[in-house]
Design a protein around this ligand. Sequence first.
Ligand code: THU
Length: 152
Amino acid sequence: MKKINFQKLNKIDQNLLKRAFEVMNNSYNPYSKFYVGAAVLGDGNKIFVGTNVENSAYGNTICAECSALTSARANGIKKVLKIAVIGKNSEKAVLDPISPCGSCRQMIFEASQVSEIDIEVIMSNTKMDKIIIAKISELLPLGFGPKNFKSK
Ligand code: THU
């Protein structure tokens, strides 16, 4: 796990985070007024984005990370390398990095076992001056995934 700012990120990570930032405004969030954007880096260096999409039946809400991961899969991505996430609160900046909820960690964990890559999660605050980079194994230690179904 490391703390970093936008200028110190490598170009690939800067680009991924920029894509997450750009789509953040497309968030559908009439209930929370919380904007989240996510961008997945898949094999072939392809990027897929997602935002949170809320619903009047609140529990049906889809998080930005989930939205980006499902879009990547639907577009043929078999391996996920990284995911960037950023957010803001009803047009105001949030000071701390957005950290994936438990359900999204599970989604990322599944993708990591399928990809056989310990996916890097780039979490940013709105101004990108406070960024945390962690592997999914750090965010969800001892997670349960498809590999855990296998018996000897
Ligand atoms: N949200 C995300 O999209 N990703 C996260 O990691 C945290 C929460 C969304 C869900 C909901 O629309 C809003 O943020 C407030 O919880």
